[in-house]
Design a protein around this ligand. Structure first.
Ligand SMILES: Cc1cc2nc3c(=O)[nH]c(=O)nc-3n(C[C@H](O)[C@H](O)[C@H](O)COP(=O)(O)OP(=O)(O)OC[C@H]3O[C@@H](n4cnc5c(N)ncnc54)[C@H](O)[C@@H]3O)c2cc1C
Ligand code: SF4
Ligand code: FES
Length: 1003
């Protein structure tokens, strides 16, 4: 209307004057600003004050100055639903119009970066290189076309350089914004416009199919409007994070066949959407008319496992439905095959992959080992690594109230917001299950197995859950939003402790918007603090974090949960697993040029040449590396995508130097479908609480070596459901008890301890499962030694293959097989095959019956049995105890500790001084993918110096009995114990409801 008046100013002078005065009121007065807050009409870009990008206030808490937002800026968050839906069309168009379309002057620095006169990239005041969009997306042109109203056109422009735009999102990367020409005032909010251009296409009828088509056929992409003809080359992509899925896309468009593997469980999608059935066979898929057909609420969605850290790390600020979109873009393609639950280095190795017929291997395995802070009680109960917490949150849930998060990067921010959001969910679920169980079997029975500490924790959970329930009820009555944040802050809330100032933290310098949004959720920030030690309570649980401030004073931050987010290292585990094929250059893999000569990649995501090769064989087969693994591209999602965009031509060039291997893509896919898909063959009950699960997984079975283990899981999508509870397993660490390599069968033995292990009995022959591995390290089984094997209960299953291999190599084996009850014994012949002499020990009289003449029986514990054997009290020792060179103990932590100690006390007079002694450490484990989640950290203490170190148990389970800190192991095994006990009871109840068990009884 105003534009119309402007066409004839004389006639509309009064109206224009009124409009001018109204505008002045809307922009300049308090009331006007309030009325138009959030609108676009009277919005003025504000000036940037670099040191005050987040409007923090300071306040004192626990004797420390902390930073946070004023009460009026806080907002409540409920659970894990998407926290921010992004800009609407109007706001995005406003931003597109705000953009001054610098491409016309070739000054679109958002794309190309801001340059100094010397042509080097400028740096921000905080030292951040302003290189612009890592993908060099045509942002200015996209804004122009979007502003003109061309929905599909704008998407087509952006898709030329950013095919996987669904992965970039409106709150994922802002390298473009930081390099926008507007350096002194608010930059154009490019990620919002970009995401809007995607969403606007997706919501058109057949919108997903239009976007999908644009990623393959894009007339605006002049150099490559269409995918290439099939080349016959086969590339293995390892890891399906942003680098892996983007690379897979580009390689498919190059005409290559691609197989991608990821160690995480990837849940199947409905075959009619993905075009792939649960056995990996291609089936017809239907086009998607309405994008809502595939969208799920983030609160309820199954964690699909596809997308790497974009799935299990980045949180509810990003719409994970986009991951499903990306997955469909590649999964539907006929020359693509994907396998979850396959860790490269386990079932598949470099040599095996080349033998199978791959022409190239592309490593996209992301970041790995988290930095573990060395501080007193740094592995106490209540202290976790951020990656452990975030991954667990997707699978089971983890955080506790009153958290301190240590670190200053985006991981710390995400960890802080998620731990705060999780607490109400956690305690409310606890209360609801508690009430149901109490009503059914009585409060006394529910609490019967709880220790004093567990009772205290449970009571606190219940009190807090009831307070939340009361607040929700009050809010309902008063017709307002519940104020959970005040309750959470009253109980401690979440503070991020960082060693420098807020404005020095990577989260602030790279992505201050995330800091602001986290603070809106109630997160506080405490500056200049170095963690010194964790204080523990009388039960050994974290009670506070002692920190040293800049002045040198030590202060105490009360905290029941301490989560460490102190950075990660590139995931170069493969080099230690396969040192003949892989080489390092510092923290990263060695980079090579296309002739195979070592080079140093530039540390910038826009290098003059993408140095993505790390190995080049004489016959032209090569290995490349991308994303967080690569020094040029590590750090964020879009850089990972850029590594794929810049790196795929290198892969194609190297491939083109040789003919494809003889294996056709079709036969390779068939082989892998048979070899890599794991399926239950049989479930056999061995004792009242032990079952044997036999799984057909030929490649995983063939790669097994004694001592190694697997992660067994069912698929949530296929799991039984009982009254709202999905019976999905957490990953169970299970050893390969025996292997039939010929038939590709692997037998695993499961002790039903309540919880996930109880669900194994529900597995049905033919059911697809995840059997990730083998992982861990093969146990050393030397020739010509005398070995003493000590197995407690389930631990015996691990020793079958170890003892048998030792004997096959010419070693002698004395085997102490220990059980609580007589009925606990299983697989007697396997043990007999593993031993020259077996001492069957049981706590229960009259003892077990040996079936071979050389074997003995003993009533009592394993250490007593060893002593009796050493003293000749159970008959003549045909293999003298003093001959023992090696002790291998596998059982509960208590049993291994007893063996460890007895060697220095009662058994010392009978043992060789220089014998070696190892235990297979049963620490808590989650990913089992070696140095990724860090749940499996185990504290070691040097017995001579007392020096402490930590090891990743899933990398090597076999640890020196004299170095393992068994107190710490015991503590970590009882992390979250009260929740575990309640969950066990709950699963028991579900099994009763399913008719699998007869009675719900407290354990
Ligand atoms: C909490 C958190 C928040 C973040 N927030 C942001 C953000 O807002 N914006 C942003 O741009 N970046 C963010 N990042 C960084 C970003 O997630 C990473 O830079 C990006 O995911 C790297 O992609 P990638 O493909 O190289 O590796 P990853 O995403 O780590 O994917 C690697 C994949 O490889 C698999 N894998 C590992 N080892 C093996 C093996 N041996 N065999 C088979 N598979 C294997 C893993 O399971 C994983 O799926 C965040 C990171 C974290 C931890
Ligand atoms: S986004 Fe910024 S730098 Fe890019 S074209 Fe627009 S105004 Fe210029
Ligand atoms: S690193 Fe995840 S369990 Fe070891």
């Amino acid at each position: 209307m105003v534009s119309g008046w402007l066409d004839d100013e004389a006639t509309h002078a009064r109206e224009l004057d009124l409009a001018a005065r109204y505008s002045a009121w809307a922009v300049l007065s308090e009331a006007g600003r309030k009325k138009h807050h959030g609108g676009i009409l009277f919005r003025f870009p504000h000036k940037l004050e670099m040191e005050r990008l987040v409007p923090v206030q300071t306040f004192e808490r626990d004797g420390l100055v902390q930073l946070g937002l004023g009460k009026d800026r806080l907002r409540d968050r409920e659970g894990f639903e998407l926290t921010d839906r992004g800009m609407g069309l109007m706001a995005a168009l406003d931003q597109a119009n705000y953009c001054i379309k610098c491409h016309n002057q070739r000054k679109d620095s958002c794309r190309t970066g801001l340059r100094e006169k010397t042509a080097e990239f400028k740096k921000s005041q905080f030292g951040v290189t302003l290189a612009g969009c890592p993908l060099e997306e045509k942002i200015s042109e996209m804004n122009l076309v979007k502003g003109q109203g061309f929905t599909i056109g704008a998407r087509a422009v952006a898709t030329v350089d950013n095919r996987m735009a669904a992965g970039t999102g409106h709150r994922i990367c802002n390298d473009c914004m930081k390099a926008c020409i507007f350096q002194k005032q608010e930059p154009v909010d490019i990620p919002q416009v970009e995401t809007r251009t995607l969403k606007d296409v997706l919501k058109l009828p057949w919108g997903f199919e239009i976007y999908s088509l644009l990623t393959r056929w894009n007339p605006l992409n002049l150099s490559r409007p269409l995918p290439r003809e099939t080349t016959g080359y086969k590339v293995l992509v390892v890891g399906l994070g942003p680098a892996g899925f983007t690379l897979a896309h580009h390689l498919l468009n190059e005409g290559h066949a691609v197989v991608a593997v990821d160690g995480l469980k990837i849940e199947p999608l409905p075959a009619e959407l993905s075009g792939v059935d649960a056995a990996g066979r291609r089936v017809p898929f239907r086009p998607i008319r309405d994008i809502h057909e595939i969208n799920e609420s983030l609160d309820d969605r199954v964690m699909a496992g596809f997308g790497g850290v974009a799935e299990y790390g980045i949180t509810g600020r990003w719409d994970k439905n986009f991951l499903k979109i990306i997955r469909l873009l590649i999964e539907r393609r006929a020359t693509f095959q994907m396998f979850g639950g396959v860790r490269f280095g386990g079932a598949l190795t470099i040599d095996r992959a080349f033998e199978l017929g791959f022409d190239h291997i592309a490593l996209c395995a992301g970041a790995g080992r988290p930095t573990v802070l060395s501080m007193e009680n740094g592995l106490a109960r209540g202290v976790r690594q951020a990656s452990d917490f975030l991954m667990a949150l997707q699978l089971t849930g983890a955080a506790k109230k009153s958290s301190v998060v240590v670190g200053g990067g985006l991981t710390a921010i995400d960890t802080a917001t998620e731990s705060l959001a999780y607490y109400p969910v956690q305690v409310e679920k606890f209360l609801s299950r508690y009430e149901t169980l109490c009503a059914e079997i009585g409060e006394h029975d529910v609490r019967a197995a709880w220790t004093k500490e567990e009772q205290q924790i449970a009571d606190e959970f219940l009190d807090h859950a009831r307070a939340i329930r009361a607040e929700r009820a009050a809010a309902g009555r008063e017709d307002r939003q519940p104020d959970l944040l005040s309750l959470l802050n009253g109980w401690g809330g979440v503070t991020i402790a960082y060693r420098r100032r807020l404005i020095d933290s990577p989260s602030y310098t790279l992505n201050h918007e995330e800091v602001a949004l986290a603070m809106q959720e109630g997160i506080r920030f405490a500056e200049g603090l170095t963690p010194v030690r964790v204080e523990v309570d009388s039960f050994g649980h974290a009670a506070a974090l002692d920190v040293r401030s800049a002045s040198g004073a030590t202060q105490r931050m009360p905290a029941r949960s301490i989560i460490v987010a102190a950075g990660t290292h590139p995931n170069t585990v493969l080099q230690r697993e396969d040192p003949l094929n892989m080489f390092l250059d510092g923290r990263y893999f060695q980079a090579l040029d296309e002739e195979g000569k070592p080079v140093q990649p530039e540390r910038i995501a826009k290098p003059s040449a993408a140095r993505v090769l790390t190995s080049l064989r004489a016959d032209g087969r090569g290995i490349s590396f991308f994303g967080d693994l690569h020094p040029s591209f590590a750090g964020n999602v879009v850089k990972a995508m850029a590594s794929a965009k810049l790196g795929y031509p290198v892969v194609s060039r190297v491939l083109s130097r040789r003919a494809p291997s003889e294996e056709t893509p079709e036969t390779l896919f068939d082989k892998l479908n048979t070899g890599l898909h794991a399926m239950v063959e049989n479930v056999v009950r061995l004792t009242p609480n032990i079952v044997e699960v036999i799984v057909k997984a030929p490649l995983a079975a063939r790669a097994f070596e004694p001592g190694q283990f697997y992660r067994l899981q069912n698929y949530e999508t296929l799991a039984a459901r009982v009254n709202g509870t999905t019976l999905a397993m957490e990953g169970l660490a299970l050893t390969g008890a025996s292997v039939d390599r010929e038939r590709g069968l692997l037998s695993t033995i499961v002790l039903e301890m309540g919880g996930s292990s109880d669900l194994c009995a529900l597995l049905k022959p033919g059911e697809p499962v995840v059997l990730m591995g083998p992982t861990g390290a093969p146990t050393e089984t030397p020739a010509g030694e005398t070995a003493l094997l000590a197995g407690g209960g389930l631990g015996n299953a691990v020793l079958f293959s170890i003892g048998q291999t030792l004997r096959a190599r010419g070693s002698k084996v004395i085997y102490f097989a220990g059980y609580k009850k007589l009925i606990d014994r299983y697989k007697v012949e396997e043990i007999e095959r593993a031993a020259d002499i077996v001492l069957w020990c049981s706590d229960e009289a009259p003892g077990l019956k040996p079936t071979r003449p050389q074997d003995r029986a003993f009533v009592g514990n394993i250490v007593e049995a060893m002593l009796a054997y050493a003293r000749g009290e159970v008959g003549p020792a045909t293999i003298p105890f003093r001959d023992v060179d090696r002790v291998i103990a596998i059982g509960s932590d208590g049993m291994m500790r007893a063996v460890a100690q007895a060697r220095h006390t009662v058994l010392a007079p009978y043992l060789k001084h220089e014998h070696c002694a190892i235990g297979s450490i049963n620490s808590p484990m989650q990913c089992m993918m070696k140095e990724i989640c860090a749940q499996c950290l185990q504290l070691h203490k040097d017995p001579q110096t007392g020096a402490e170190t930590v090891v990743f148990t899933c990398f090597n389970q076999d640890q020196s009995l004299d170095h393992v800190d068994f107190n710490n192991l015991h503590e970590r095994l009882s992390q979250n114990s009260v929740e575990e006990k309640l969950t066990k009871l709950w699963i028991n109840r579900c099994l009763v409801q399913l008719g699998v068990r007869t009675e719900l009884v407290a354990q």
